[in-house]
Design a protein around this ligand. Structure first.
Ligand code: MG
Length: 246
């Protein structure tokens, strides 16, 4: 009985839709670093090909499912993506601009593989920085976090400026890595009041790093967005499955 009561209280506090509580200030360098764990080489299933019902956003051939998102200060407003496509991957052309999927997604499962440059340059946030912006919500950080210190809520696998990953499961620069993400959008009552916040679970290289954490924002859908942070990060094998409501 006590257990049920506690579970009820926990789910009630999660469902209120208030701003998630933060003990640490965003980007705090004093925040404890997540433990480093070695994910080893990719395991069967970790870099999985799209299942039959997946929407394939990038199959290694072209960027036809994507549009460029010019920044407000960008003189070039062209919607054509400027990233390079070769050898089955896309590579950021620095200052080429962030790109967004043409299609929007609500509740979904996202698979994406990425690699930071073999040739290491820069440090902290300047080393292998990109990012996966969840449909309608925040960024799951992409960064070369292999022996590269930064504020924990800005390292690879962090929900940027909010939650560090549970562990640092980064592979070496140049090695392919995977994110497998489950996103749940917020829910609203008949009056339009948010009753359940958006939430996300992230698995990095087969290891759980974000466990159903609460997100900000009231959007219920959006494109998948990949960030140009002026580092030549690569992506491949990007697919999404839309999920039925719970
Ligand atoms: Mg980033």
């Amino acid at each position: 009985m006590k257990i049920f009561l506690l579970a009820g209280l926990l789910s009630a506090s999660f469902a209120l839709g208030a701003e998630p509580k933060q003990t640490w200030k965003p980007k705090d360098m004093n925040r404890p670093r997540p433990k480093v764990v070695d994910p080893g080489a990719p395991k069967p299933g970790e870099m999985r090909p799209p299942p039959p019902n997946a929407i394939v956003l990038f199959d290694g051939k072209d960027l036809s499912k994507w549009v460029r998102r010019p920044g407000p200060k960008d003189a070039d407003k062209s919607p054509e993506p400027k990233w390079k496509v070769e050898n089955g991957y896309m590579e950021i052309v620095p200052k080429g601009g962030t790109i967004a999927s043409k299609e929007k997604f609500g509740d979904c499962e996202i698979h994406i593989e990425w690699a930071t440059p073999v040739e290491v340059s820069g440090k902290g946030q300047g080393r292998g920085n990109s990012g996966v912006f969840l449909p309608g919500h925040q960024e799951v950080q992409v960064l070369d976090s292999y022996e590269n210190d930064t504020y924990p809520d800005g390292q690879a696998g962090a929900i940027y400026a909010m939650y560090p990953p549970l562990v640092n499961a980064c592979r070496k620069p140049g090695e392919w890595q995977s994110y497998h993400i489950t996103l749940r959008q917020p829910r609203f009552d008949a009056q339009g009041k948010m009753t359940v916040s958006a939430s996300v679970t992230v698995v990095h290289n087969g290891i759980l790093i974000q466990d159903n954490v609460e997100l900000r924002g009231e959007a219920t859908e959006g494109p998948l967005i990949l960030q140009d942070h002026k580092n030549p990060v690569r992506y491949r094998n990007i697919w999404i499955r839309t999920l039925p409501a719970r």
